[in-house]
Design a protein around this ligand. Structure first.
Ligand code: SPV
Ligand code: MG
Length: 432
């Protein structure tokens, strides 16, 4: 039997996909290599549908004989495994980042004695353009909520950016960087208590209540689709925390991180310059357990943030707390430190990973920022949060412009520091 291979994501089915399936099936039995989340995640945003959902959809398309998982971005492993007589692809891969993939495919098919079929790319329709349209439509709370767990399963490290309003949310949603054909973007957003309160002109001492914090979160939810991790400070009283969990879940937030402190909360980056009082282990463990019992979905995550190192304690103490919180049902551990060397965090990570190979580990490397994501990955970290950078970047830029206007008595000199008017008018679709 002559076989034809076609690799697809199968998330958004459009006439271009149907066309390539129809054309491919004319050459023989069509094997679909359905890309798994982990094959896609390092290169593109995660599909809206899970692998299983995409499989159900693609299976029912006329012309599809068989579906096999494609676990890698490269076609090579599956081509070697299934040895098809043909592989079919749209001719849009002749240029751009996919051209490397094309070269590999040609050389493998040559060794296999097979052929590459290239069909004209269906103009005006491709899934990337449709994803753009989908973004304009938005997502559902349920799909968004689940995405963090899917990302954790699909990627070695999940990259999260701080957001404090709709505009910073749009940046986290859409900014990307292409290096050597590799596409990088942020996987999700951090609603920081520090930057949310600061942008409201309030101190980061739990003075901004949940309802007010949710106003910013709603602005962000309205114009983005990526998952959100909510900075829940201490989580408040256990009796109140259960309501916070449900409110966040209902809004499609993926996770809350709460820190094991008590009393008047002060920002962790003060370290021991202020009083940082740790909560008794049992009390915090109970809060976690109350929260886990309160949540409605199985996907929402309650992550415990260890403040032992912030309060001047040891890695041993932090590990002891981690064990207790895991026993209480926490879904992940965030270890925090303001030590610039990163030694304490590294020691914690390596020791933690020896005991727990699967529990997600979260880092906020604001002070020990000399390490790269690859290095944190080697320590065993799963989520890296850039916790305050959007607001810290915006404030000095605004100050410089405000001072320039005062200095010159006019705004001409400040103009070059500002984005052009045309650009801001075009920034948000629908402004015109
Ligand atoms: C925040 O972003 O509000 C945090 C992280 O809690 S930190 O500021 O480092 O404490
Ligand atoms: Mg905070």
């Amino acid at each position: 039997m002559t076989t034809v291979y076609l690799g697809i994501t199968g998330d958004i089915i459009h006439p271009g996909i149907i066309n390539i399936i129809t054309e491919g099936s004319k050459f023989g039995e069509l094997i679909i290599g359905l890309l798994t989340d982990s094959a896609i995640a390092p290169h593109k945003r995660l599909p809206y549908l899970t692998y299983e959902q995409r499989e159900v959809v693609v299976k029912s398309i006329k012309g599809v004989a068989k579906i096999v998982p494609q676990e890698e971005w490269s076609y090579v492993p599956n081509l070697l495994k299934y040895k098809p007589d043909y592989i079919i692809h749209g001719d849009d891969w002749k240029s751009g980042p996919l051209s490397k993939i094309r070269d590999e495919v040609y050389s493998v098919m040559e060794t296999l004695g097979g052929q590459v079929i290239e069909i004209p790319y269906t103009k005006g329709i491709n899934s990337t353009a449709l994803v753009e349209q989908q973004k304009a439509i938005g997502t559902t709370p349920e799909i968004r909520l689940k995405t963090l767990r899917r990302l954790l399963a699909a990627k070695p490290t999940v990259r999260i950016l701080e957001v404090h309003d709709g505009l910073s949310g749009l940046i986290a949603e859409s900014v990307s960087f292409c290096k050597d054909g590799e596409y990088k973007s942020f996987d999700g957003m951090w609603s920081s208590s520090l930057t949310d309160s600061t942008s409201k002109g309030k101190p980061d001492i739990e003075a901004v209540d949940l309802t007010t914090r949710l106003q910013s979160v709603t602005d962000i939810l309205e114009c983005t689709t990526k998952p959100i991790i909510y900075d829940g400070d201490t989580g408040g009283l256990a009796e109140h925390f259960v309501y916070t969990v449900r409110t966040l879940e209902r809004n499609g937030i993926s996770a809350i991180i709460i820190e094991d402190k008590m009393g008047l909360k002060k920002n962790s980056l003060f370290g021991t310059d202020v009083q940082q009082q740790l909560a008794p282990i049992e009390d915090f463990a109970q809060k976690i357990s109350f929260g886990k019992q309160a949540q409605v979905t199985k996907d929402f995550m309650i992550i415990s943030r260890l403040e032992s190192l912030i309060a001047g304690g040891t890695v041993d103490e932090a590990l002891e707390r981690a064990r207790a919180y895991i026993k209480a049902g926490t879904d992940g551990i965030m270890i925090h430190s303001k030590n610039k060397s990163g030694d304490d965090v590294q020691e914690f990570c390596l020791r933690f990973r020896k005991e727990y190979s699967q529990v997600p580990l979260i880092l906020v490397p604001t002070t020990y920022n000399q390490f790269t994501e690859e290095e944190f990955e080697a320590w065993g970290a799963n989520i890296i949060i850039y916790a305050n950078h959007m607001l810290r970047a915006a404030y000095p830029a605004m100050m410089t412009v405000a001072k320039s206007i005062l200095e010159h008595g006019r705004s001409l000199e400040a103009d070059s520091l500002c984005m052009p008017i045309k650009q801001i008018l075009e920034l948000i679709p629908g402004t015109k």
